[in-house]
Design a protein around this ligand. Structure first.
Ligand code: CA
Length: 230
C-alpha cells in the first residue's frame, strides 16, 4: 500500500512518514501543493493525506485538480475549529478529514478504514466526485441537493452536512461523539442529545416518506447509513 503525504510542516511530515512506515506502508512526502499534485497524479497511490494550508497551491485546489481525474481516497488534515474547511473539503470530494493536532492512533484508524473501503469499491465507483449515491438516495455536493427516487429532500445546511458524512462513511457505525465533532465541531461528550434530535429530523425527511429505510440506529453505538438493517 502506497501513501502520499502532502504536508509543508516538516516536523509533522516526518512524524507521519515514520509512523506510517513503521506500520508497513510505503510513504512518499511532498512539502508543497504543486509537488503534491504532481506526485498524486503521476504516482499510483492508494491514499493521499492532504494538508489544507499549503504553499503554492492549497489543499482544496490540489483536491479539485486530483478529483477531476482520479478517485484516489483523500484524507484531509485541517486546522482546529476550521469548520468551513471541513464542509468545503467534503464538498470538493475529500473522503474524510482529521483535525490537527491528532493522535497517531486516530490517523492510523482512519487510514485503515479508507483503504479497506477503497479495496471494496471498484475504482470507477465514484469518479463523479460531486455526487454520492446509496440505493435511490443521491447527493449533489455542488448544488447541495439531496433527492430520493428523484424527489427533492428539503434539508437544512446542517442536515445536509450530516447526511453527507453518513453517506461518505456508509456502512460504518458512527458514534454520537464522532458525529458531533464532525458536524458541529464541538465536543458533545456530555450532551449528545443534539445529535439525536438532528438525526430524528433528518430521518423524518429522508426515511419516513419512503418504504426502504436508510438511516439506522445501532443501540448503544450510534448511527449507520445503509440500504439494509444492520
Ligand atoms: Ca500546512
Amino acid at each position: 500500500m502506497r501513501i502520499l503525504v502532502v504536508e509543508d510542516e516538516k516536523r509533522v511530515a516526518e512524524y507521519l512518514h515514520k509512523g506510517l512506515t513503521e506500520n508497513g506502508y510505503a510513504v512518499d512526502l511532498a512539502h508543497n501543493g504543486p509537488d503534491g499534485l504532481h506526485l498524486a497524479l503521476e504516482g499510483s497511490y492508494d491514499l493521499v493525506l492532504l494538508d489544507v494550508m499549503l504553499p503554492g497551491i492549497d489543499g482544496f485546489a490540489v483536491l479539485r485538480a486530483l478529483r477531476a481525474v482520479l478517485a484516489t481516497p483523500v484524507l484531509m488534515l485541517t486546522a482546529r475549529d476550521a469548520v468551513d474547511d471541513r464542509v468545503h473539503g467534503l464538498q470538493q470530494g475529500a473522503d474524510d478529514y482529521l483535525v490537527k493536532p491528532f493522535a497517531f492512533s486516530e490517523l492510523l484508524a482512519r487510514v485503515q478504514a479508507l483503504l479497506r473501503r477503497g479495496a471494496q469499491q471498484p475504482q470507477h465507483a465514484e469518479l463523479d466526485a460531486n455526487r454520492l449515491r446509496l440505493a435511490d438516495l443521491e447527493l449533489d455536493l455542488v448544488r447541495r441537493r439531496a433527492t430520493r427516487a428523484g424527489q427533492r429532500l428539503n434539508l437544512t445546511a446542517k442536515e445536509f452536512l450530516l447526511l453527507t458524512l453518513l453517506l461518505r462513511r456508509r456502512g460504518e457505525v458512527l458514534s454520537r461523539t464522532v458525529i458531533a465533532e464532525q458536524v458541529w465541531d464541538m465536543n458533545f461528550d456530555s450532551d449528545t442529545n443534539v445529535v439525536d434530535v438532528a438525526v430524528r429530523r433528518l430521518r423524518s425527511k429522508l426515511d419516513d416518506p419512503f418504504e426502504t429505510k436508510l438511516l439506522h440506529t445501532v443501540r448503544g453505538m450510534g448511527y449507520v447509513l445503509e440500504d439494509h438493517a444492520p
